[in-house]
Ligand binder design. Sequence first.
Ligand SMILES: Cc1ncc(COP(=O)(O)O)c(C=O)c1O
Length: 376
Amino acid sequence: MIYFDYASTTPVRAEVLEAYEKILHTYYANADSLHQEGRKVHTLLEQSRANIAQLFHVRPSEILYASCASEANNYALKGFALANQNRGKHIITSCAEHSSIQSSARQLEEVFGFEVTYLPLHADGRVHLEDVKQALRKDTILVSIMLVNNETGCINPIEEIATYVHAHSRAVVHSDMVQGLGKMTLPLAAVDMATFSAHKIFGLKGSGILYHREHLRLLALISAGQQEGGLRGGTSNAPTEIVFAKTLRLALEEQEAHIAHVRELNAYARAQLQTVRDIEINSPAEALPFILNFSCLSIGSEIMLNALDARGICVSAQSTCNSRGKAISHVLLAMGKDQLRATHAVRLSFSHLSTRQEIDFFIRALKEIIDEYATR
Ligand SMILES: Cc1ncc(COP(=O)(O)O)c(C=O)c1O
């Protein structure tokens, strides 16, 4: 099997799994129980929060554990907007965000009477500061723009956007940094909130984080007990949350080596793709090398994915969360690519585990599939 779908999810690394199993067996008490076993778990949980905060150069009280990045994005959008609607009801986001941002924004519009401006993408696959400037209003309370697009790897100018928004408004800036973590230097200091997911960095599924500046008011989306400062009730998923710190530390320690490996691999894959007929590369050269999006103009995404799958190669067409919808990439359309390219897209996503041999195998399979299925 060849796995080129690391942007969708990653396998758990052995060190994380080992730590998780140990904690699961030993520290099963409720982190909020007052007895000594509960206190031990609570201490580990808070130690993990402190370690995460240290790795991000923020305060422990600014780290909110969540069940996934989708949940953290819901907190950033709905949790923030609903708690701050007295200051204004306008939000700016982009048309290319993850479904957890898009659906939250829609819900704020349709159910809670907010107004949302969806910024376009440009041909470079990025949101441009000019558009943010135009959209910013007196009643804008939140600007949420992702750092790295999950379909193309395009990197948005978050620092530039946040600096402008902070200088010209009272709006808060959130960035979904899920696809950037462990893969680039993060502009975390520039933003007020940011979202992360453990399973994209060889950690556990069901584990996300929202970084939120201490002074920000958020509404509790799960009303229950005192957990997570009262913002997110329910018995803490302590073992999962405790190993986030280790997952993050390992990802950051190895970041430079991973980037170097994947950069080289991406260049190799691009060069090899140039030798295949009907292929147009959609990810610009400046995109994050971990994601490489292309279209095969003679074969639709679905047929291509199935044909690759039959040869033991795992790839995606678009965001995995939209994979059961219609096979058209709204991100590519938003970049100005035509309908053909948007319905014929394939997303390769790499990691430090990916190899040249895998690329070679993939390219051979791609050529065979095109010879067999091409419609032109
Ligand atoms: C950019 C982006 N944001 C958010 C998510 C959601 O992450 P999770 O699966 O942890 O909810 C994903 C996952 O595909 C993503 O790519």
